[in-house]
Ligand binder design. Structure first.
Ligand code: 6PG
Length: 242
C-alpha cells in the first residue's frame, strides 16, 4: 500500500511506474498489456501522462479498458472517449495498440468480441484466462470496480472474460471484464483519491474485509500482486485506525 500526500504526487508515482515498465530498451521488444479504468483519478493521471511520457515507448504498450458504458465513443460518458481526449490524442501510440470496447455495438455481441480480442493479445493460462500485465482499477464509493457492482449477478460471473452489466442506480448499460480476469493479472493497482473514498477504503482493509461482499474486496490475484495507490484523503480513516 502506497499512501501519498496528495493526488498530484500519486499520479506522478504512477507515471514513474509506467515508465519503468515500458522504458525504451532496444533489446527488449516485448509488449505490455495495460487495462485502464474510467473515473476521475485516471482522468487526472492521463493529463499528467500526456505531457510526461517522453521516455515511454508507446509502441510496446497495448491498452485495454476494464469497462465501458454502452454509448458511442464521442459520448461524454465514454471511457474510451475520455482517454482519447486526455491521453491518446496527445501521444504517439499506434492505432492497433488501442483495444477499445465498442460501446456503440450490441452489448452481448461486443462483450464476446472484446473477450476474443483480449485473448488474442495476451498470454493465456491453461484454464484459458488471459494474463494482463497491469490492471488499473478505480474504486467506487460503493465498493465497485470496473462495472462489477455490489450485489449483482455480474460480479459472480466466472465463465466469461467480458460480460454485460448495469449501473444499479442509473440503469446505464455497461460492458465489463470479469473478476477472474482481474484476478489473473500479473499486477493489479487500485488508484484511489479523495475523502469520499475514505470510508470504503477503510472497510475493505478492515478486519472483516474477508466477509464483505464487495467486488473490490474480492480482488485476490491468483499469482500476481495487488497494490493500492492512495492519497492521504482516501487513506485518512486507515491512518486514524493506526
Ligand atoms: C467507470 C469506472 C469505475 C470507476 C469508479 C471510480 O467506468 O465508471 O471504471 O469503476 O473507476 O467508479 O471512479 P472515480 O475515480 O470517478 O471515483
Amino acid at each position: 500500500m502506497y499512501i501519498f500526500p496528495n493526488s498530484q504526487v500519486l499520479i506522478q508515482k504512477l507515471t514513474e511506474s509506467l515508465k519503468s515498465l515500458t522504458v525504451k530498451q532496444d533489446k527488449d521488444d516485448q509488449t505490455i498489456s495495460v487495462v485502464l479504468s474510467g473515473g476521475n483519478t485516471p482522468r487526472i493521471w492521463f493529463d499528467h501522462l500526456a505531457v510526461n511520457s517522453e521516455e515511454i515507448d508507446w509502441s510496446r504498450v497495448h491498452l485495454f479498458w476494464g469497462d465501458e458504458r454502452c454509448v458511442p465513443p464521442e459520448h461524454y460518458d465514454s471511457n474510451y472517449g475520455m482517454t482519447k481526449k486526455h491521453l491518446l490524442d496527445k501521444i504517439d501510440i499506434p492505432d492497433q495498440n488501442v483495444h477499445r470496447i465498442r460501446g456503440e455495438d450490441e452489448p452481448m455481441h461486443e462483450a464476446v468480441r472484446y473477450g476474443q480480442e483480449i485473448l488474442r493479445f495476451n498470454r493465456i493460462t491453461n484454464q484459458e484466462w488471459p494474463v494482463f500485465d497491469w490492471v488499473l482499477l478505480g474504486l467506487g464509493s460503493d465498493g465497485h470496480i470496473a462495472s462489477l457492482f455490489p450485489n449483482t449477478a455480474t460480479m459472480q460471473v466466472v465463465n466469461r472474460i467480458s460480460t454485460i452489466a448495469e449501473h444499479p442506480l442509473s440503469g446505464q448499460r455497461r460492458i465489463t471484464i470479469t473478476l477472474p480476469v482481474i484476478n489473473h493479472a500479473r499486477r493489479i493497482s487500485f488508484l484511489v483519491s479523495g475523502k469520499s473514498k475514505a470510508a470504503i477504503v477503510d472497510k475493505i482493509h478492515g478486519i472483516e474485509a474477508a466477509s464483505v461482499n464487495l467486488p473490490a474486496a474480492m480482488v485476490h490475484p491468483e499469482h500476481g500482486t495487488v497494490e493500492w495507490f492512495l492519497d492521504a484523503a482516501a487513506a485518512s480513516l486507515l491512518l486514524k485506525d493506526k
